[in-house]
Ligand binder design. Sequence first.
Ligand SMILES: Cc1cc2nc3c(=O)[nH]c(=O)nc-3n(C[C@H](O)[C@H](O)[C@H](O)COP(=O)(O)OP(=O)(O)OC[C@H]3O[C@@H](n4cnc5c(N)ncnc54)[C@H](O)[C@@H]3O)c2cc1C
Length: 315
Amino acid sequence: MARCAFATAVKHMEVHGDVDGSVHFDAGAQGVEALAWIVDVPALEQRLAEAVRYQPQVEVVDSPVQAPLTAICEGRASATRAEFGVDFDVTPYGQHAIATGCLRIAARPSRAPVVLSQGILALLPLEGADGHSVAVVWSVAQADAAHWQSTDEATFTQALSEISQSSLGQLQLQGLRMVWPLQQAVAKRWCGPFPGTTEARTPTSWVLAGDAAHNVHPLAGQGLNIGLADVQALSRILQARGDWRSTGDLKLLRRYERERKAGLAPLGLAMDGLQQLFTRPEAPVQALRNWGLRSFERSGLLKDWTARQAMGLPR
Ligand SMILES: Cc1cc2nc3c(=O)[nH]c(=O)nc-3n(C[C@H](O)[C@H](O)[C@H](O)COP(=O)(O)OP(=O)(O)OC[C@H]3O[C@@H](n4cnc5c(N)ncnc54)[C@H](O)[C@@H]3O)c2cc1C
């Protein structure tokens, strides 16, 4: 990816426990330019709109059109999914994410993102290599969310600095504090025939993708990546179909559903386990998470394998 201000390379990543446990990842050690790229949503949407303009096969429409296959990508509260009676198995975490932006006023070398306990805090670098802004995603207990959303700026940034042990220097609030309830969720069915079309000569089908199909905890910043992996899997399966098969063929769509559900299960379990490990205050759990981080840091091959899995790289 070209060096620019809208995409920020994460060269180092540190995951800290609340005592002495920590894990460090380094792009150089993995032989890659960046462990991840942080891209602000408006910049991503603008690039996507530009890219679509140069795709003669893509037509942007204002309302749904009749097609053999309709992908429903309406986000976690998808109205069409509900209209089709698809169960969405939701496990609420009893936590809310507070998302905002901050400016680092006492600049230090960027070591973000830093993810810590006491609620899970992620600080993600923005605006390129010379940027001083960070995106903040802080998961707090549901009962504390309203307080942290409305408390004065100084108290809020002071709390961030204390939890992150001032690893990014002094922070100044830059944006509104938005709040989301956190949940893990997966749709029971990911595809089906459009209601009322099963008897038609050319039946039409629907398929779910992205947050309409699944939600994971944002602690690893994987939500969008998983949605893009859905798109990749669906396109691969549709492209490999025989000429005689319609893109709305339910056998193909069920293959996509099986493949993606199987791919998602380990990630969901890992996110769930980490969420539990990092939010429970009991002393034995605190000792376990810090011991776990220290052991993982020394694990060599396991740490290497995990980093490459998270980056979607082979090995
Ligand atoms: C606090 C927080 C922080 C996160 N941080 C990260 C991160 O750092 N990295 C990451 O990868 N992921 C992150 N995620 C997850 C990520 O935001 C989602 O996984 C991703 O946005 C899902 O994309 P989507 O297109 O499936 O759904 P959405 O982003 O929800 O988009 C769905 C869109 O469809 C529109 N829509 C709904 N119904 C209709 C309709 N009938 N017709 C037309 N349009 C419709 C909606 O208005 C919306 O614009 C985070 C999530 C949270 C809550």
